[in-house]
Design a protein around this ligand. Sequence first.
Ligand SMILES: [Zn+2]
Length: 256
Amino acid sequence: MLDDLNRRLAAVQRLNVPAEAVYGRARSEGGTVLSPARGGTLHCPVCDGRFRKFLPFGLNGRRNARCPGCGSLERHRFLWLLLRDDYKLLRRRARVLHVAPEPAIRDALAANRAIRYVSVDLFDPTADRAADLAALPFPSGAFDTVICSHVLEHVADDRAAMAELHRVLARGGRAAIMVPLDLTRAATFEDPTIDTAAGRNAAFGHPYHVRICGADYGDRLRSAGFAVRQVRSNMLSAHYRRIWRINRTLVFDCRK
Ligand SMILES: [Zn+2]
């Protein structure tokens, strides 16, 4: 989520743009179709494209980050592998709730007709439903799978959001949840009195993050009622991390 926003970080800080405008614009720029130079040793598991190199991405132009075929980033590709191979999402009927949908993953799931797919986003007009995570417009137990990546660090009352994600999940269902983590911090850092874009950027490293999630963040998900397993990308061999271009990352696999 919000990868395009990161590229506009300086402008956002300078102007203190309202969150609605920033998030809406980030969304409308999603899913850019690029002209891939196909053929090569790198492989994107999301769109199954092969490339000589991926595109640079981020403020520092991180090399070989973005898939030229589908726009996926490193962490999207790891999340996709978990959904495909561990959740086996493409091999069964499932009701899927995708929060603040990444276009690459949305498109890959939408291509599977067995999946009943619903996306939700507070600001993105292309999402199926506009809703606040803390008050989801779905009955309890409505979904088998929830995907929520790089969202909770933007949500002031993330415990209320977690409770809602838990409520809409069916018993036995699983939520794949990612947040940017600073595992050198034992405790999550947050301060609700910091409420300007410039202040948040200084404190949390991003104008619309409201916390830095630390090593205790899995416990917060457990407090919402989930059984939590941490799935780390270093479970993959170095060879596959290299050809899929996957960085050091972690998914909270949350079971109800
Ligand atoms: Zn791709």
